[in-house]
Write a protein of this length. Structure first.
Length: 449
C-alpha cells in the first residue's frame, strides 16, 4: 500500500524485501523461510536492525567497512563531491580531480613500480580487467597465445562471467552457468589444515609448487600468461598458505614469463596491517594488484586494478592500439573522493597499526575455541579469521554443508547480537580495523556460547 511504501514498519520492510529482492547467493529455502535481516543504521562496528536491535558486525559489512560506519566526515566528503561534480566520465582522455588525486595516492602506497591505476566498479570488474590485461601485455610482447590463467581451487575472484570462471569455490559452480573453461587452470588450494595426514608443511608446500611446475610443463609456458592468487584465500575459507608458498609461486612465474596478479580485494587497505599485503606481508612483488572494498571502506562502490610502469611501457609501445576496457563509473568522482578521505582517516588514526595489534589479540583469543568439540581449527591473520567446524576432529570431517550447521551457528549468534558469516562449514569474520580488545572479547564470548 502507499502507506507502507512511504513510511514502512519493520514488518513492511521485511515483506517488501522478501517479495521483491533477489539477494546475492540466495538459497531459496532459507530465504523463503526466514527472509532477510533488514539493517537500518550503522556506527563503528555496530549495526541496528529495523526493530532497533543492536548487533556487533564481525563481518565488517563484507570484508569492507574498514574505517567503521557512520563517519560524518566521510558523509561530508561524499556530499561535497556530489554537489561540486557528481559525475564526469574518464573515457578517452578525460579525468576528474578526485580520480587523478586518488590514482596518484594509490601509486604512492602501492609497492615497487606499481604506479598505474585503472578504476573499476568493484573487485570482480578489477579482476575481469586484469585477466584481459594479461593477454594484451603478452600479445604486445610477441606471445599472442600466452593467454591462459592459472588460479587455485577454493578461490573467489568475483561474480562476473570471467571472474567467476577464474574463481572456483566448492559449491559455487552450478551446471546451468557455462563457465569459461578453455585456458583457465586450477591448482590445489594451499590449505595446510587439509594436507595429507603425516605430511610436513614443508613437503606440502613443495608439492604445491611442483604441481604448478607440472602444469606449466604439460600446457606449455607459451600458453600460460598469468597466475592469480588472493594472498590469503578469503571466502574460500581464510586459507593462510604455508610459509614461503606465495614467494615460491612468484619465482615460478618469473622463470616462465607468467604475470602475477595479486587479488587484494580483501587483504589491502589494512586488513592485515598493511596498505597492500603482497609485498609487505609475503615478499611478493605482483605485476598487477586488484583491490576494492577497503579502498572506500564500503561507503560507496569502487575498485581498482593497479599495475606496473613496466606493463604500461610494454602496452604503450604501439601508439596505434587501444586497451578497450573500462566502465561508465571508472574513476567516479564521488567514489574517488570517498577513497581519498578514507585513506586520510586511516593514516590519521593509525588504523593499520591498530589492525595489526588487535588482529594479533583476536587470533590468540579465538584460538582458545579449538578446545571446543565442534571446532577443528581457528585460523587467520590480522583481522581475517575463521572457525572451521567439524563433525569429527580426528578425521576432520566437516559439518554438513547445504543449508548448513554454520548457518545455525550464525543464526544463534545473531539472536545474541553478533553477526558472523556462515560459509559452508565455516564461520568467517573480518571486522572493521577500529575494533577494540573489549569488542574482540564480546565476539569470542558469544561464539563460545
Ligand atoms: N576478489 C576477492 C578476493 C573477493 O573477496 C571479492 C568479493 O568478495 C571479489 C574479488 C569481488 O569483488 P566485488 O564483489 O566487489 O565485485
Amino acid at each position: 500500500t502507499a502507506a507502507a511504501l512511504n513510511s514502512p514498519s519493520p514488518a513492511d520492510l521485511w515483506e517488501m524485501d522478501r517479495s521483491h529482492s533477489l539477494h546475492p547467493w540466495t538459497n531459496f529455502g532459507s530465504f523463503q523461510d526466514k527472509g532477510a535481516l533488514v539493517i537500518t543504521k550503522g556506527e563503528g562496528c555496530w549495526l541496528w536492525d529495523a526493530d532497533g536491535k543492536r548487533y556487533f558486525d564481525s563481518v565488517g559489512g563484507l570484508w569492507c567497512t574498514n574505517i567503521g560506519l557512520g563517519r560524518r566526515e566521510m558523509a561530508q566528503a561524499i556530499a561535497d563531491q556530489a554537489e561540486r561534480l557528481a559525475f564526469s566520465n574518464t573515457f578517452v582522455d578525460m579525468a576528474n580531480d578526485p580520480s587523478a588525486r586518488l590514482a596518484a595516492r594509490i601509486a604512492d602506497l602501492a609497492p615497487g613500480d606499481l604506479n598505474r591505476v585503472m578504476f573499476t566498479t568493484g573487485g570482480s570488474t578489477a579482476v575481469d580487467t586484469a585477466v584481459r590485461m594479461v593477454a594484451y601485455v603478452q600479445s604486445c610482447l610477441g606471445f599472442p597465445d600466452k593467454t591462459g590463467i592459472v588460479a587455485r581451487d577454493h578461490s573467489y575472484h568475483g561474480s562476473t562471467y570471467l571472474s567467476q570462471s577464474v574463481g572456483k569455490r566448492p559449491g559455487d559452480r552450478v551446471p546451468e552457468f557455462r563457465y569459461k573453461e578453455d585456458g583457465i587452470y586450477h591448482l590445489s588450494p594451499p590449505n595446510p589444515y587439509r594436507r595429507p595426514q603425516g605430511m610436513t608443511e614443508e613437503a606440502f608446500c613443495d608439492g604445491l609448487v611442483q604441481e604448478f611446475e607440472d602444469l606449466i610443463a604439460r600446457v606449455g609456458a607459451d600458453r600460460i600468461g598469468g597466475f592469480i592468487a588472493e594472498p590469503i584465500q578469503a571466502s574460500g575459507g581464510v586459507i593462510v598458505p604455508p610459509e614461503g608458498y606465495l614467494k615460491r609461486m612468484w619465482e615460478v612465474c618469473q622463470r616462465h614469463g607468467i604475470l602475477f596478479i595479486a587479488d587484494e580485494v580483501v587483504t589491502a587497505f589494512g586488513r592485515l596491517g598493511h596498505w597492500f599485503a603482497s609485498w609487505d606481508a609475503f615478499g611478493v612483488m605482483p605485476d598487477i594488484i586488484c583491490t576494492a572494498k577497503g579502498l572506500t571502506s564500503g561507503y560507496v562502490p569502487l575498485g581498482a586494478m593497479i599495475f606496473s610502469d613496466r606493463l604500461w611501457d610494454i602496452m604503450a609501445r604501439d601508439p596505434s592500439r587501444w586497451f578497450t576496457a573500462g566502465f561508465t563509473y571508472s574513476g567516479h568522482p564521488v567514489s574517488c573522493a570517498a577513497g581519498l578521505k578514507n585513506i586520510e582517516i586511516m593514516e590519521r588514526e593509525g588504523l593499520l597499526a591498530n589492525a595489526a595489534r588487535v588482529g594479533a589479540y583476536f587470533q590468540n583469543r579465538l584460538k582458545a575455541m579449538e578446545d571446543l568439540p565442534l571446532v577443528g581449527q581457528v585460523r587467520g591473520q590480522g583481522l581475517m579469521i575463521c572457525t572451521e567446524n567439524v563433525a569429527n576432529k580426528a578425521t576432520k570431517e566437516p559439518l554438513p554443508d547445504g543449508v548448513n550447521e554454520s548457518k545455525r551457528i550464525s543464526d544463534a549468534a545473531e539472536a545474541m547480537g553478533l553477526i558472523v558469516r556462515p560459509l559452508a562449514h565455516l564461520n568467517v569474520m573480518s571486522p572493521p580495523l577500529t575494533i577494540t580488545e573489549a569488542e574482540v572479547d564480546f565476539v569470542a564470548e558469544v561464539l563460545e556460547k
